[in-house]
Design a protein. Structure first.
Length: 364
């Protein structure tokens, strides 16, 4: 088994006990999720690589992995009742991003990490956005990294949902009108400053559209038109005003039921959107909590793991995926939480599996 070197201390931080007995059931589900995603990306890579070879394209695309453990966009203590400290609840996103990166395979691809502060003593709302000034600073830092690296494709490991805003608007600037965004999420994420909930992660889609806080928007390089946005797996608007707003914006959506059997509705939308490239945001709360609880949201009747994998694969058959985000991972420290160590047999199996994977230009 590959020795994890620098990640070892991180692994120790995910060591939780259940009355002295380590529970591997949830661990298996998390690893199953990552493996399914990896298999999916392998398929995407093979399809897109064959397409490039067939077209004899000489330009080599540059893909980076962006570790973006931003947590300030979430105000989630009310939903994570297992954790008594409200500050610690939101900071779980930071550990979630590290967990995804820890489980992801080693790669020759460039890996960038956005510097994220964890030293906040008091959380403050400004102009209707919680921790607004810190988010502005981190938004600029993320964009600066991308400007220097100049990637063609970005795989982002979050972090709460707002981690898609910078890489997606960066890619929207690069590809202009030839890029669409598919947001796989239980929620539409179209709230605005001044709404009853001030967490920026719920404003991620509106920020990508160029709507919201002026200070944050001033740092973003481009906007994505509502006609080029599709919400998939949506089943919780939380408030009627959000449903009305979505209709006013003209953003289309598909429920879990709409994509449960096949991706035909997505195919139809892809044909109509007029873009050859796609950005995919995958919020783990889209998953059915009856199968796995891997995020903050636990809205029932969600998508199955296999359905998410199939949807992303089907999108890759039709369009070129240039951006992929995995967001909202939330290790919960309840009585059934999992233990991750480098000696864990399931981690070993995963590392072996990932070690056999060679992804030339698109890697999780």
């Amino acid at each position: 088994m590959r020795k994890p070197s620098g990640n070892y201390k991180f692994a120790d931080r995910f060591r939780y006990r259940n009355n002295g007995i380590y529970n591997n059931d949830i661990m298996k589900k998390w690893l199953s999720l990552i493996i399914l995603l990896a298999v999916n990306v392998i398929s995407i890579n093979a399809q897109q690589k064959n397409s490039i070879n067939n077209q004899s394209m000489e330009k080599k695309t540059k893909t980076i992995r962006l570790i973006y453990p931003q947590w300030q966009g979430g105000d989630i203590a009310r939903w994570i009742t297992e954790i008594k400290d409200p500050e610690a609840a939101s900071k779980g996103y930071f550990l979630g991003a590290e967990l995804l990166n820890f489980l992801a395979p080693d790669s020759s691809q460039e890996t960038l990490t956005v510097p994220i502060s964890t030293e906040i003593t008091e959380r403050r709302k400004k102009d209707g956005v919680l921790d607004r000034d810190i988010i502005v600073k981190q938004t600029k830092a993320a964009l600066d990294l991308l400007r220097i690296s100049d990637p063609d494709k970005i795989v982002t490991l979050g972090g709460e949902c707002s981690v898609s805003v910078v890489p997606f608007t960066y890619l929207a600037e690069k590809y202009k009108d030839d890029v669409a965004m598919i947001w796989i999420d239980a929620h539409p994420d179209i709230t605005l400053p001044g709404d009853m909930y001030s967490g920026f992660h719920a404003m991620a889609v509106t920020a990508c559209m160029g709507k919201g806080d002026k200070e944050i928007l001033s740092k973003l390089p481009a906007q994505i038109a509502p006609s080029k946005i599709l919400l998939v797996g949506l089943r919780d608007w939380e408030r009627d005003e959000i449903k009305v707003r979505q209709k006013q914006y003209g953003i289309k959506h598909l429920t879990p039921e709409d994509v449960a059997q096949n991706s035909n509705a997505i195919y139809e939308w892809l044909k109509s959107c007029g873009a050859s490239r796609v950005l995919i945001h995958f919020d783990m709360d889209v998953l059915d909590p009856a199968e796995i609880i891997a995020a903050v949201g636990v809205v029932p009747d969600g998508m199955k793991l296999a359905e998410v994998v199939r949807v992303i694969n089907d999108i890759a058959k039709e369009k070129e995926i240039v951006g992929l985000t995995v967001a909202e991972p939330m290790p919960r420290t309840d009585k059934k939480t999992f233990r991750i160590t480098c000696q864990n047999q399931f981690s070993g199996e995963l590392q072996y599996f990932m070690g056999k994977v060679v992804l030339d230009y698109f890697i999780l």
